[in-house]
Design a protein around this ligand. Structure first.
Ligand code: MN
Length: 239
């Protein structure tokens, strides 16, 4: 038997090819942002909490997750998912973490942000509502395939840290959601601080920060155009 080369020693063997790394384009960079985990904040604008039938008081934030594989890039397609008759759009500011940490103080949190993007937290509202009623997890309503469209990331060194600005989602040119980042119940530094007490954050994590009011159903053929002031649009077609 021949002795293995050092390269053979280093290369792991897999039963099947590993899933490809998920990544997003970064404005004016050839290198891409490799996505690790996707955290989402629930009910982070008072007007959306009210439209969903909840008290918008400032309770601690809560989180759910989506697999990185649910990302759809700008210009991509959102296949209308199975087993739902009520799929909703939720436009959200996405925070891209560039430096990890535990128990990050709010006053240092922005130094952990690589950049920002526009995202859509696509939701099978009927399955989520059923899960809420039954006290079950939200995964089937929230973490399904293609459920996390995300636009091009802009480094904070280019766009600054976004604390205010219009958040607008149009479907086929008609405005459905219109809010402002200044109305986040838990702002970006507070969200990072709180989340980092629950999970050790790492570079590559994304945080979808919650949606303003106006969430609603989409149908096949719709074109969703998501816009946050200072960031490139995210356009996704429902197919
Ligand atoms: Mn959401």
């Amino acid at each position: 038997m021949n002795a293995p080369t050092s390269a053979q020693n280093l290369a792991p063997a897999y039963i099947f090819a590993p899933a490809p790394a998920v990544s997003l384009p970064v404005q004016d960079e050839t290198a891409r942002f490799a996505v690790s985990r996707i955290f989402c904040v629930g009910r982070n604008y008072a007007d959306h909490a009210r439209e969903m039938g909840h008290d918008p008081s400032r309770e601690p934030p809560f989180f759910f997750m989506k697999p990185a594989s649910t990302i759809v890039s700008d210009g991509g397609h959102f296949p209308y998912p199975a087993l739902s008759k009520d799929v909703h759009h939720e436009i959200e500011l996405v925070v891209a973490i560039g430096k990890g940490g535990n128990n990050i103080p709010a006053d240092q949190a922005l130094s952990h942000v690589y950049g920002y993007a526009v995202g859509l937290d696509m939701t099978r509202r009927d399955l989520q509502s059923e899960a809420k009623k039954m006290g079950r997890p939200w995964d089937t309503g929230k973490a399904f395939d293609h459920s996390a469209p995300c636009g091009t990331i802009v480094p904070a060194t280019k766009c600054g840290h976004l604390a205010q600005g219009a958040v607008v989602l149009a479907v086929n040119g008609q405005i459905r959601q219109s809010g402002d980042l200044k109305d986040l119940i838990w702002n970006v530094p507070e969200t990072i601080a709180y989340l980092s007490t629950l999970f050790a954050l790492s570079a590559g994590d994304l945080i979808y920060t919650g949606t303003p009011s106006g969430v609603g159903a989409i149908v096949s053929g719709d074109v969703m155009q998501a816009r946050i002031a200072g960031l490139p649009d995210l356009t996704v077609k429902v197919v």
